[in-house]
Design a binder for this molecule. Structure first.
Ligand code: 5AD
Ligand code: SF4
Length: 466
């Protein structure tokens, strides 16, 4: 595994010093807008850390920013369209304030054709870079401040890991910790391996240090991030595994829960499942993307498991803890998916009874093998299948949630509900949403609730006092 060199980090350090000196006392503000997954959220927190070290105050309001950065997503067409419309909207900010600096980064701009598009059609964008050169943000900002040429960086073939980047976390009780970057799996529908490069694992010692720090600062919820956390460590000296990492995390003191995001079924080992079981910090939930319930489609997706193997992992997870909350990802309308294939997905959904599923309509991604396959499914059929999947899942979720009636559960409070001022939202250890009323604000704390009502999408509770 290779890391960004000390010389390169020193070079960026000089840009940091220059920018700091240049903007000192001006009260400039920077805003990072994030689209996409938790990995992007985590990247944005690090970019905010860099911008803060440059002397910018971090704001979450676009209209008061002197520097705007859009961290884009490329997973589906809809995400890319949203990014284009957001960057499009920023044109009018630049017209009002010609000194405004605008940058675009992330998965979408790790694709050359997208870089070209921003270069030629968005003249007010100052710099564009992919996912592999975030550590060069000081250089990009310095160049833009000094009215240098617009910069468009194509990601390196083999991006490196940059340690030591400061982080401005959005929450003071929930944290993302990337344990690895990139993906080697090349599922035929997916753009991620092309925009995030091959798997690179962070050293176990760096990860453990970060988690120890979070635990001592009182963080209660830590998600270990990677496209496929089950293959953690394969590229490191001594090949430590995710099980080894979890076993080390188990030794860390603190009142915190650990979640994993995401696991690939083909790499879900017995050792990893055992390590989850023996770790008091590991939450009783597991996200195991199925994608399709048809073995023929799984093969075409290049997933390297069949439904029998998948179901055996589910059984083992449930043996660990019978109250295990299970979630999954499903794609409907993959090229060539027949009604029979789709019914097989429905069958598994009914068999496993997931607490919730993230369902997606297949979206063609330029450069992926599935895009070139024949038998693309019509939008109408895709939407019909999607609606039916949601209908089936909603019934299951309703039934599973009803079983929580009367239970006494520890939850972590997330804050006031968006719709009702006197209602708070919280999550169980397994990630289920529980709403409750309270005069006191317990945000960021664990409290105990008694469940008094349930519906398809949430549980409702009252503060429990023994
Ligand atoms: N179309 C639809 N969904 C996709 N996903 C990945 N690529 C695509 C695509 N081209 C889904 C998968 C993955 C989740 C993060 O996004 O289900 O697990
Ligand atoms: Fe995409 Fe498959 Fe890698 Fe997940 S494992 S990021 S779905 S290629």
């Amino acid at each position: 595994m290779s890391f960004v060199s000390i010389e390169e980090m020193k070079k960026q350090g000089l840009f940091i010093d220059n920018v700091r000196a240049q903007i000192e006392g001006k009260g400039l503000k920077a805003c990072v807008f994030t689209l996409g997954c938790q990995q992007n959220e985590a990247d944005s927190e690090r970019m905010r850390g860099i911008l803060k070290s440059l002397g910018y105050e971090i704001t979450y309001k676009e209209d008061e920013a002197d520097l705007l950065l859009v961290n884009t997503c490329a997973i589906r067409e809809h995400a890319e369209r949203r990014a284009l419309s957001i960057v499009g909207r920023y044109k009018h900010y630049k017209t009002k304030n010609p000194d405004l600096i605008i940058g675009v980064c992330g998965c979408m701009t790790a694709q050359e054709h997208r870089i070209e598009h921003f270069k030629h059609s968005y003249h007010y964008v100052d710099f564009v870079f992919g996912t592999g050169t975030m550590y060069r943000l000081p250089e990009y900002v310095s160049n833009a401040l000094n009215k240098g040429k617009r910069l468009f960086t194509i990601d390196p073939q083999a991006p490196e890991i940059a340690e030591g980047i400061p982080v401005v976390r959005e929450s003071n009780y929930k944290a993302w910790v990337s344990i690895m970057y990139g993906c080697n799996n090349f599922c035929t529908y997916c753009i991620v391996p092309y925009v995030r490069g091959r798997e690179r694992s962070r050293k176990m010692s760096d990860i453990l240090e970060e988690i120890r720090g979070l635990a001592s600062e009182g963080y209660h919820d830590i998600t270990l991030l990677g496209q496929n956390v089950n293959s953690y460590g394969k590229d490191l000296e001594g090949s430590p595994t995710i099980a080894d990492l979890l076993n080390e995390i188990a030794k860390i003191d603190g009142d915190f829960l650990i979640h994993l995001m995401t696991s690939h079924p083909k790499d879900a080992s017995d050792k990893m499942i055992e390590a989850l079981k023996n770790n008091p910090h590991c939450a009783n939930c597991f996200h195991l993307p199925l994608q399709s319930g048809s073995d023929a489609i799984l093969k075409k997706m290049n997933r390297h498991y069949d439904t029998e193997r998948y179901l055996s992992i589910i059984d083992k997870l449930r043996e660990n803890r019978e109250d295990m909350v299970l979630t999954t990802d499903i794609i409907v309308g993959f090229p060539g998916e027949t009604d029979e294939d789709f019914e097989k997905t429905i069958e598994i959904i009914k068999k496993v009874k997931y607490d919730s599923i993230f369902s997606f309509i297949y979206s063609r991604r330029k450069g992926t093998p599935a895009d070139k396959m024949e038998d693309h499914i019509s939008e109408e059929i895709k939407h019909k299948r999607y609606d039916r999947l949601c209908e089936v899942q909603n019934e299951i979720a309703h039934e599973l949630n009803a079983k929580y009636m009367g239970k006494i559960l520890r939850v972590l409070v997330d804050g006031k509900s968006k719709n009702n001022e006197s209602v708070y939202t919280s999550r169980t250890e397994g990630g289920k949403i529980v709403h409750f009323e309270s005069d006191k604000d317990y945000t960021g704390q664990f409290i105990t609730l008694k469940i008094s009502r349930t519906d398809t999408f949430a549980l409702y509770g009252e503060i429990y006092k023994d």
